[in-house]
Design a protein around this ligand. Structure first.
Ligand code: NAD
Length: 358
């Protein structure tokens, strides 16, 4: 069985960081006989330059035929003046909707070696390891009706609709419980069931889905409390599952607990576990081409791909351990550099992880 990976490096630092993730995957592919195969495609500005579209037909075919997608980043000054319909970022949105990637996984993991990078006290965040599962294709960002209308008295009124069908809640629920099973088997569902009927239904369905996962402990929390608990005592959480908008906000808070954008991977999955894996940061045009970007978020995204799409937990563990060991040796790209450490380039960081793997 070949495991097909579409590699979309994109723009800016995308090609630099994806190259380092490839180094790691190529090594493990041979070392552990993983049967991974890779095919590269164009996305974003790079695709626009070649095909006048940020998500051209050959890339659509490539991702549809793949089991997983390794994605760098898209966007940059060069394409900012284009019509919004063909801007690089549209390529990413097109990919998400084409593949129905409704389950967005955003881990926040703080390596103890980097605890000083957080604005929170080291004892609060050191060793933090939580996962936010955000519903990505429904809720208030997509609900109809929406718009701005003029009332009878001439005043304008803006409105959006929070809407979730039972099946949408059920599928994100199953996705989150399955992830909790692969972690510490604790799931916290975040809602506003005391005020919003839609999330009262959310809570009811989560309780129902829980019956299929007796090994996972489910709890519920209101979103206002969850935001408070995330900065007060974030280590109480293992996996959190929530709606599109609540997840948007809470996952950025969780990401910033770790203090370093260059360290954080993410995944977006469909109902069958097919997924797109990417660092949470963008194309960083300010440092592109200088060989100084941190490739660890992308390398850790590759680890997530092995774990969540291919169920290769042992291989994923090896990558995560190698990243930890490389940090232990004191190598740091400039974004995570502190006194006394060894400053390294993008490719040297990739090599350092590879050396630990070997
Ligand atoms: P950004 O994440 O690209 O950069 C923010 C800051 O973090 C910059 O100072 C950058 O140098 C730094 N940074 C980001 N990744 C880094 C890494 N791996 N190592 C070291 N430093 C890193 O966000 P931005 O500047 O707001 O956006 C730049 C471009 O990226 C825009 O065109 C934006 O639309 C696009 N973008 C794309 C994605 C994506 O492809 N998923 C996500 C966000 C932004």
């Amino acid at each position: 069985m070949t495991r097909k990976i579409a590699v979309l490096a994109g723009d800016g630092i995308g090609p630099e960081i994806v190259a380092e993730a490839r180094k790691v995957l190529d090594f493990l592919n041979t070392d552990m006989d993983l049967e991974l195969s890779f095919e590269e495609g164009l996305i974003g500005g790079a695709a626009y330059d070649e095909h006048s579209s940020p998500f051209p037909a050959p890339t659509v075919d490539l991702v549809k035929g793949a089991d997983a997608i390794l994605f760098g980043a898209v966007g940059g000054k060069k394409w900012e003046s284009l019509d919004i319909s063909v801007r690089p970022e549209k390529g990413l949105l097109g990919l998400r909707s084409e593949l129905e990637l409704f389950s967005n996984l955003r881990p926040a993991l703080l390596y103890p070696q980097l605890a000083d990078a957080s604005t929170l006290k080291p004892e609060v965040v050191s060793g933090l390891d939580l996962m936010i599962v955000r519903e990505l294709t429904g809720g208030i960002y997509f609900g109809q009706p929406r718009g701005v209308k003029i009332l009878e008295n001439g005043e304008r009124q803006g409105f959006n609709t929070l809407v979730y069908s039972e099946s949408e809640i059920r599928r994100i629920g199953h996705s989150a419980f399955k992830i909790a099973q692969k972690r510490n088997k604790k799931l916290c569902s975040v809602d506003k069931a005391n005020v919003l009927e839609c999330t009262e239904l959310w809570r009811e369905i989560m309780d129902d889905v829980a019956k299929d996962y007796p090994d996972v402990e489910l709890s519920h929390m209101y979103v206002d409390n969850a935001s408070m608990q995330l900065v007060r005592a974030p280590k109480q959480f293992d996996v959190m599952v929530t709606t599109n908008m609540f997840g948007d906000i809470l996952s950025d808070t969780a990401a910033m607990l770790t203090g370093s954008i260059g360290m954080l991977p993410s995944a977006s999955l469909d109902a069958n576990g097919k997924g797109m894996y990417e660092p949470i940061h963008g194309s960083a045009p300010d440092i592109a081409g200088q060989g100084i970007a941190n490739p660890l978020a992308t390398i850790l995204s590759a680890a997530m791909m092995l774990r969540y799409t291919f169920d290769l937990g042992a291989a994923a563990d090896r990558i995560e351990t190698a990243v930890n060991d490389a940090l232990d040796k004191g190598v740091r790209t400039s974004d995570i550099y502190s006194d006394g450490m060894t400053k390294v380039s993008t490719s040297q960081m990739g090599d350092a992880v590879l050396a630990e793997l070997k």
